[in-house]
Design a protein around this ligand. Structure first.
Ligand SMILES: Cc1ncc(COP(=O)(O)O)c(C=O)c1O
Length: 390
């Protein structure tokens, strides 16, 4: 019913992803090549027919759409009273860092992790405190002993969790989240859970929203959710902050308003409501496509590029490739692949931790385009290995 075999041609359209040289193929930024759900486009078109676009604010229908989406998709309805609209996950995250921690404080992240977290922390004059994920048997796990020691430090006032985790594609279990939330409560650390990839679990157990944990455990938690990754509508600039505790929510609300990141643009409300009320079937189809694409990429790499190991994953559309047998300088490898083949992937180096031995590849594109990318990856790795031997 939905078409995932064609990509709208976005060259020359102000797309960040497709601002490339002729012949280049971008598979780096977390932006899918699929057109969004037609139901969302129809709602936006309907809005445009109004012709007058003054100031807006979200009402009960917006917040109920968010709540119903989480009830239906993830089996847990957050209370609409816990929600605040914001213009994006990152704008909210940066505002929360500024409002809820102090200059010089430590903000904990689990590396390798989404690189822009570092900007949100450091641009506000806070320190990044690194709880490096342990890489054991080609899988990532939390070092809880170190985490507890770090959360207990007096200057650690905030932890940013990536749930599910970008770039390693891991879905944290309820037990792991319970342990993290319990430690944060014990040491009075605000726990910010970035759940932007939460709808993109395409196989196995679903992700657990942080607000699904027992009420006493979520009094110091802030969840950030958005349709932007799910429906490929990043330029909609719409997200929702979910804060169960009244006092904490009042402070977060002040932070968002002070930083002026709490007012919707003309398409944010109708686009989000359409996504969350009419997007279920499209998302189900997308998940099937992502599962098929992951299998296509994993099988190709296993057969044709044995020097590269695909890290197992059940979520996101970002493949985490262990290139440690090729190099420990992923930045040099990514630059060489681009130069030789035109394929653009993210060097894991930017995510810190052990990322210098990994590449991140975005596989949310039509299968034919993915095949092209995989063949370029094969050529690029082969060429890199040959030049290293010369
Ligand atoms: C974990 C994570 N958080 C946030 C964002 C960006 O969120 P937004 O566009 O709503 O600011 C991304 C985009 O890739 C992401 O991967």
């Amino acid at each position: 019913m939905y078409d995932f075999t064609h990509a709208p041609d976005r060259r020359g359209t102000d797309s960040v992803k497709w601002d490339v040289q002729p012949g280049e193929l971008p598979m780096w930024i977390a932006d899918m090549d699929f057109a969004t759900a037609p139901e969302i486009v129809a709602a936006m078109q309907q809005k445009l027919t109004l012709g007058a676009f003054g100031y807006e604010e979200p009402h009960a229908d917006y917040f109920h759409a968010v709540a119903d989406w989480y009830a239906t998709e993830h089996g847990v309805p957050p209370d609409p009273a816990w929600m605040i609209f914001t213009t994006g996950v990152l704008p909210a995250l940066s505002a929360i860092v500024r409002r809820m921690s102090h200059v010089g404080d430590s903000v904990l992240v689990q590396t390798p992790v989404y690189n822009i977290f570092y900007n949100s922390i450091e641009n506000s004059g806070r320190h990044v405190l690194t709880n490096e994920l342990r890489y054991v048997h080609q899988q990532y796990e939390v070092d809880f002993d170190q985490l507890e020691r770090q959360l207990a430090l007096p200057l650690t006032t905030m932890m940013i969790l990536c749930n599910p985790h970008n770039p390693v594609g891991k879905v944290w279990t309820r037990a792991e989240l319970t342990r993290v939330a319990t430690l944060c409560r014990q040491y009075h650390v605000v726990l910010v859970s970035d759940e932007i990839h939460g709808d993109l679990v395409w196989r196995g157990p679903d992700y657990t929203p942080i607000f699904a944990l027992p009420i006493p455990l979520i009094q110091q938690t802030i969840a950030l959710v958005s349709p932007s990754k799910t429906f490929n509508v990043a330029a909609l600039h719409a997200a929702t902050v979910i804060v169960p505790n009244d006092h904490l929510r009042a402070q977060v609300s002040r932070g968002l308003n002070t930083d002026e990141v709490a007012e919707p643009n003309l398409l944010a409300i109708p686009g989000t409501i359409a996504a969350y009320t009419q997007g279920h079937a499209w998302l189900a189809a997308l998940r099937q496509q992502l599962a098929a694409n992951f299998a296509q990429a994993r099988d190709f790499i296993t057969h044709h590029i044995p020097a590269v190991h695909v890290v197992a994953s059940t979520a996101t559309y970002l493949m985490w490739l262990n290139v440690g047998a090729v190099t420990d300088d992923a930045a040099a490898l990514a630059a060489s692949i681009r130069q030789e083949t035109g394929l653009i992937v993210s060097p894991g180096t930017i995510y810190h931790g052990n990322g210098n031995r990994f590449l991140r590849l975005n596989y949310a594109c039509p299968p034919a385009m993915l095949q092209d990318g995989l063949q370029r990856l094969d050529r690029g790795i082969t060429h890199y290995l040959q030049t290293r031997q010369d």
